[in-house]
Design a protein around this ligand. Structure first.
Ligand code: LLP
Length: 422
């Protein structure tokens, strides 16, 4: 059993749904991202079932994977989108996404991005500072619109995750200190270009327990009651994203674990009229994708064995950036024994930080294919051209059909817009 049900061994070969990864690698080359359509649908279903028919708007945190094919699956399933840039807005509009199901997050929104979102008619701006409130109001007045806003508050809770992806602590750059939130809401009521619609928080990513969410929720409820006393009424409560996935042996909370407790707590506090908004990214796509790679060379020195593969940190930066663990499966495993060595799986990039996995027991030969698992989230979207490496192709598998949803970049395309001095 691998970490994802849609990626299983059949006749000794790892498959994506009904297609052999060996065949996909032969046909499309490596490195190659392979996504499972069914896995996206299953992940979505977990949120839909957790909603129990109540007013829950899931806005896919599309920074995790913004390929148009992925976005379009979620649009068809009824998802909204959590965007963080004018670029992400353009992607949602390109697939015909409904702007009234878009929330616009992010700590540094620029004027052109605010204008584009106002023009499109997004559901809400999640505002992160008083300076941003002021700017948004000015921009809205200038274009003759009223901007719907939520304040993103920072509840100062520890999400127990990697420091780079923890966002709900006082020391982080995100959100408005929850103690100062009533003042910021008062400011928002006075600004002519704004209409208050909600309250927002996002405490971090790859969260595995429900407790940090409930700690945050308790603090948000105190704030909602204080705001009501000041006459500020909210329509929705956005709890952000952050639900973790299984990379190795984690047992993360499920959407049901979270929403059941949220519904219960809101009911106890007579707040169940509030619409709940969620912004999950990783939990919708992370285990729906793998990164396929081919072993180029095996290299052994006194203390280490290296499998040098054709994927690299430019394709998947998570291991070196966060010390993240991704399972590595041989697509067609050879038998292992006590003498099978431990390999560091590394790429060809000229950096010692260019590694994908460390100390993995693998029986390998040059030419073997490996699948780096759980590469559906924060993999392609964080990729780069470092070392003038074209970005890998992306394939979406649907049963026994493979669709190229982004072709491999050509070398020429990497520098076609550059020019030399006369
Ligand atoms: N909402 C906001 C405001 C966010 O900042 C994020 C992620 C999400 C939603 C979605 O969070 P998720 O459900 O995916 O945890 N590159 C890192 C993760 C960075 C997350 C940034 N914000 C990684 O590869 O682990």
């Amino acid at each position: 059993m691998t970490v994802a049900p849609q990626f299983q061994f059949k006749d000794g070969i790892l498959h994506a749904e009904d297609l052999s990864l060996t065949q996909l690698a032969d046909t499309y080359g490596t490195p190659l991202y392979v996504y499972s359509r069914q896995a996206l649908h299953d992940a979505w279903l977990a949120y839909q079932q957790a909603a129990r028919g109540r007013d829950v708007l899931v806005c896919y945190g599309m920074k995790a994977n913004s390929n148009l094919a992925v976005l379009n699956e979620f649009r068809q399933l009824g998802s909204g989108f959590d965007i963080v840039s004018g670029g992400e807005l353009a992607r949602v509009l390109a697939i015909g996404g409904d702007p009234s199901r878009i929330v616009f997050s992010g700590v540094g929104k620029q004027v052109w991005e605010m204008k584009a979102a106002l023009d499109a008619g997004v559901k809400c701006f999640n505002v992160e500072s008083e300076a941003e409130l002021q700017r948004l109001s000015d921009v809205a007045v200038e274009v003759g619109k009223v901007a719907p806003v939520s304040l993103r508050v920072n509840p100062d809770v520890d999400a127990h995750t990697h420091p780079y992806i923890s966002t709900g602590l006082k020391e982080n750059k995100f959100g408005i200190d929850i103690e100062k939130a009533p003042e910021a809401y008062q400011l928002a009521t006075k600004l002519p270009g704004l209409q208050i619609v909600g309250l927002d928080c996002h405490i971090g990513s790859q969260i595995t327990e429900v407790a940090p969410y409930l700690d945050a929720l308790d603090k948000l409820i105190v704030l909602i009651k204080a705001l009501a006393e000041q006459g500020v009424k909210l329509k929705h409560l956005d709890l952000g994203g952050g639900i973790g996935i299984r990379y190795t042996d984690e047992t993360p909370l499920s959407p049901t674990d979270l929403l059941d407790r949220v519904f219960e707590t809101l009911a106890e506090n007579k707040l169940d009229h509030l619409q709940i908004v969620l912004e999950p990214g990783r939990s919708l796509v992370g285990n729906a994708g793998v990164l396929l790679t081919t072993v180029q060379y095996l290299k052994h020195n006194d203390s280490k064995n290296f499998a040098i593969v054709d994927a690299a940190m430019n394709d998947l930066i998570r291991p070196t950036l966060y010390d993240a663990w991704h399972s590595v499966e041989a697509v067609k495993p050879r038998s292992t024994n006590a003498a099978t060595p431990l390999y560091d799986v590394v790429g060809p990039i000229c950096e010692s930080g260019d590694w994908l996995a460390r100390d993995r027991k693998l029986a390998l030969e040059s030419g073997d294919r490996l699948a780096i698992m759980s590469a559906g989230a924060y993999a392609f979207t964080m990729s780069s051209h470092y070392n003038t490496r074209p970005r890998a192709a992306e394939i979406m598998v649907d049963g026994d059909q493979a669709h190229v949803v982004r072709p491999r970049e050509t070398l020429e395309s990497l520098f076609q817009d550059e020019s030399i001095l006369p």
